[in-house]
Design a protein around this ligand. Structure first.
Ligand code: FES
Length: 172
């Protein structure tokens, strides 16, 4: 797991260097293995704390998951997801507090609607909708966080590399 601290806006964190920094993944890649680049947007109050709990409980999940901490899942503009694909991500997962538990009361309700709309449009753009997932993880659900990330990483490995929205100018 690699975590990017919230020192800049999510937009700024999606820069090329951020996505290309995948230490263990790079080693596997040099052995010829497909290593998906996965971006996980996690809200500060539940999911990010859930990732912490997973770490504390030593629950393992792929090192290929790049966490971007956001104040609330509602902060994630659907364009961030498309931007991540453009920057070379193979899968993007958005995690927030369980419905009814959002620190800002209704942020995740907006997320749910926006993401449903985005996912329905992915088909139109020719991107497999399986490459985007939305899930809810509370601060105490470290094991569940690891399980979701493992499952998502396996799914993306099966789907293979995403080339549909990739902007070749963003390659290293
Ligand atoms: S603070 Fe977690 S989804 Fe809003």
């Amino acid at each position: 797991m690699s975590v990017i601290e919230r020192t800049a806006s999510p937009e700024a964190m999606l820069d090329k260097d951020t996505l290309s920094y995948l230490g263990p993944a790079e080693a596997k890649k040099s052995e010829g293995e497909f290593v998906p680049k996965i971006v996980a947007f996690c809200c500060n109050w539940c999911s990010y704390a859930g990732a912490d709990s997973a770490g504390n409980a030593r629950a393992s999940y792929p090192a290929d998951v790049k966490i971007i901490r956001v104040p609330c899942s509602g902060r994630v503009n659907p364009l961030f997801i498309l931007r991540a694909f453009e920057k070379g991500a193979d899968g993007v997962i958005l995690c927030g507090c369980h419905p009814g538990d959002c620190h800002y009361t209704t942020g995740n309700y907006y997320t749910r609607r926006r993401m449903a709309l985005l996912i329905s449009m992915l088909d139109y753009m020719g991107v497999d909708k399986g490459r985007v997932e939305v899930d809810w993880v509370s601060a105490s659900e470290g094991a569940r966080f690891a399980e979701i990330m493992n499952h998502f990483a396996d799914k993306i490995k099966t789907l293979g590399r995403n080339v549909r929205l990739e902007d070749i100018r963003c390659r290293n």
